[in-house]
Design a protein. Structure first.
Length: 477
C-alpha cells in the first residue's frame, strides 16, 4: 500500500499490492486549482486509505488489535511524507498534525456519523467542515467499522465452532443405514474377527493399533490407510472402540468391508467391564454437572466479555471448550493399559489422521521406560488449553491425555507426524505428501464442508466411493 506524490504535484498515485485498489491515479493540475481544493482532495484520499487498511485488516485480523487503522493511517502517512519542503509536504504535514491531534480525542457523544462514504461526500458538499471536524468524523467512522469487523469476526468464529462440532448429514446417514443393516443382515452381525483369529487379539507378535471414535467414515479411512501403507498388513490388528449408539453401525461396516489380511475388532465402551463410574469420573461429571455441560455445549458468546478479548484468544477459548473434551471416547487413551492388559505396546491413532507410510518402525523405538510415546505438540496454545480446562480438574474429573502423560512422554521424531492440517491453509503440500502420518487436528476436518479443499484429497483417497452405503448417503458429493 503506497501513496506517491509526484514532486511537481501533478499527480497522486495510490497503488496497492494486494489487489484491492490496483492503481488509482488522480491527476491534479496544480496550477489551476486552489490550495483549498487540493487540501480536500488529499482529505478524501486519506479517507480512502483507511478503507484499504480495513480491508487488509479483515484478511489479517490481528492487525486490528496491534494499531487501530486510524493510528496506522497517521503513522503511514507520516514517515513517508514528512520532511518534504514543497507545498505538498507542508500540506500533508498539516493534515498529519490534525490526525495526530484527534488521534487522542474522544469522539463526542451525539456526533452524527455518515452511514457510508457517499453520504460523507454529499455531507461534505453541503456543510463546510474544518479539518478537525472532518478528521473526527473520519475517526468515528473508522472506529465504528473496526467495531463491526471485530463483532463479525467473533460471530464467524462462533459459527465455525458450531460447524466443526456438528455431524454432517452424510455421515449421520451412513451411521443410521449401517445400524439398520446390523439388525436386518446376518452378515453384518458376523463375529469380528472370525473365531480362528481371536487369539491374535492379545498376541504381542502382532502390531496393535487402537482407534477410538464414533465416526464410521473416519474410522474406515484410518484403518484403510494404515493397512494399505503397512509392509506386513497380515500382522496388523486394529482395535476400534466406539460408543454404544455407534456400535452396531461400526460393526456392520467392518463386517461388510473386511480389510484383509489385517484383523479388525470392534468394541463398544459398554463392553468393557472396567469402564465404570468409579474408575472413570468423567462419565459422572458429564451426566451430572450442568455446569460442565454448559461449559462445553453452551452459548459461548453470551458469557464472554468481547471487549476484553482478541479474536485469537476467543478462538482458542472456543477450541478448549470443544465438546470432544468431555467425550469418553477422547479420554479412553488414558485407560489403555487397563483396557488392554495383555498388550505390551500399542499405537493409538486419532480418528482425524491418515497414515501414509509403514508404521512398523514405531514398535522398534525404545521408549526408555516412559509409558507413552508421542510427538511433542505442546506449544503456547496447548498450555492455554490446559489452563482453561481447570474447571474439569476442580471437579475431580480427568484431564486430557496431554496432562496425564506430562513428564512421562518420550518424544518421537516429528517427521513421523505432521500436525495442523485442520488449522491452517498454508500447509506445504510437499511436506504433507511426505509425512508418515498427517493429522487434521483443528476445526477444518476433511469430512466437513469447512475442510480445506486442497488438503482433502489426501483423505478422500481412502474413501471407497463405489461402496453402496457411501454412494447412497451422498458423502462429500
Ligand atoms: C503369536 O503369533 C505368532 C505368529 O503369528 C505365533 O507363532 C505364536 O505362536 C503366537 N503366540 C501365541 C501365544 O499365540
Ligand atoms: C467488559 O470489559 C470492559 C473493559 O474492561 C468493562 O468496561 C466492561 O464493563 C465489561 N463488561 C462486562 C459486561 O463485564
Ligand atoms: C487455501 O489455499 C488455497 C491455495 O493456497 C486456496 O486455493 C484456497 O482458496 C484457500 N482456502 C481458504 C479457505 O483460505
Ligand atoms: C470398494 O467397495 C466395493 C463395493 O463394496 C468393493 O467391491 C471394493 O473391493 C472396495 N474397494 C476397496 C479398495 O476396498
Amino acid at each position: 500500500m503506497q501513496l506517491h506524490f509526484s514532486p511537481s504535484m501533478k499527480s497522486i498515485t495510490i497503488s496497492s499490492s494486494n489487489g484491492f485498489i490496483d492503481l488509482m491515479k488522480i491527476k491534479v493540475a496544480a496550477r489551476h486549482i486552489s490550495y483549498r481544493t487540493l487540501f480536500h482532495t488529499i482529505l478524501i484520499l486519506a479517507f480512502l486509505l483507511p478503507f484499504v487498511f480495513i480491508l487488509t485488516a479483515l484478511v489479517t485480523l490481528e492487525g486490528v488489535n496491534k494499531c487501530s487503522s486510524f493510528d496506522c493511517l497517521g503513522r503511514r502517512l507520516g514517515p513517508r511524507l514528512l520532511g518534504r519542503v514543497d507545498d505538498s509536504g507542508r500540506l500533508v504535514n498539516d493534515f498529519y498534525k490534525v490526525l495526530n491531534q484527534v488521534g487522542t480525542d474522544e469522539i463526542p457523544d451525539g456526533l452524527k456519523l455518515p452511514e457510508s462514504f457517499s453520504q460523507l461526500v454529499s455531507e461534505m458538499k453541503n456543510n463546510k467542515y474544518n479539518a478537525k471536524d472532518f478528521a473526527l468524523i473520519l475517526k468515528g467512522m473508522m472506529e465504528r467499522s473496526e467495531r463491526e469487523i471485530r463483532e463479525s469476526k467473533f460471530s464467524e468464529l462462533m459459527n465455525k465452532h458450531f460447524a466443526a462440532s456438528s455431524i454432517p448429514k452424510g455421515i449421520h446417514c451412513l451411521s443410521l443405514r449401517l445400524t439398520d443393516e446390523y439388525s436386518s443382515n446376518a452378515h453384518a452381525r458376523r463375529q469380528l474377527p472370525s473365531p480362528e483369529l481371536l487369539p491374535s487379539l492379545s498376541n504381542n507378535s502382532y502390531y496393535h493399533f487402537i482407534l477410538s471414535t464414533d465416526n464410521i467414515l473416519a474410522a474406515a479411512v484410518v484403518v484403510t490407510s494404515t493397512v494399505q501403507s503397512f509392509l506386513k498388513p497380515e500382522k496388523v490388528v486394529f482395535h476400534v472402540i466406539t460408543d454404544k449408539k455407534t456400535y452396531a453401525g461400526m460393526h456392520s461396516w467392518f463386517a461388510l468391508n473386511p480389510i484383509s489380511p489385517a484383523i479388525v475388532e470392534v468394541k463398544g465402551v459398554h463392553q468393557f467391564d472396567w469402564l465404570t463410574r468409579e474408575n472413570v469420573p468423567v462419565l459422572e461429571a458429564v451426566e451430572n454437572h450442568n455446569g460442565i455441560r454448559n461449559y462445553y455445549h453452551g452459548n459461548h458468546i453470551a458469557g464472554a466479555n468481547l471487549s476484553e478479548t482478541t479474536p485469537r484468544t476467543f478462538a482458542s477459548k472456543l477450541q478448549a471448550r470443544s465438546p470432544k473434551y468431555i467425550s469418553l471416547l477422547n479420554h479412553l487413551r488414558i485407560y489403555l493399559p487397563e483396557l488392554f492388559p495383555n498388550l505390551d505396546k500399542v499405537v493409538f491413532l486419532d480418528d482425524d489422521v491418515v497414515v501414509q507410510r509403514d508404521l512398523s518402525p514405531l514398535w522398534e523405538i525404545d521408549l526408555g521406560g516412559k509409558v507413552n510415546g508421542a510427538v511433542e505438540t505442546c506449544n503456547g496454545e496447548d498450555e492455554w488449553n490446559l489452563k482453561s480446562n481447570l474447571a474439569m480438574w476442580k471437579l475431580g474429573t480427568l484431564p486430557p491425555a496431554l496432562i496425564a502423560f506430562k513428564g512421562h512422554v518420550k518424544a518421537i521424531d516429528p517427521s513421523w507426524h505432521m500436525l495442523g492440517l485442520g488449522y491452517q491453509n498454508q500447509t506445504n503440500i510437499e511436506s504433507v505428501r511426505n509425512a508418515a502420518v498427517i493429522h487434521y487436528n483443528g476445526q477444518s476436518k476433511p469430512w466437513l464442508q469447512i475442510g480445506f479443499e486442497h488438503l482433502r484429497p489426501f483423505w478422500t483417497k481412502y474413501v471407497n466411493y463405489s461402496n453402496d452405503f457411501i454412494r447412497n448417503c451422498h458423502i462429500l458429493e
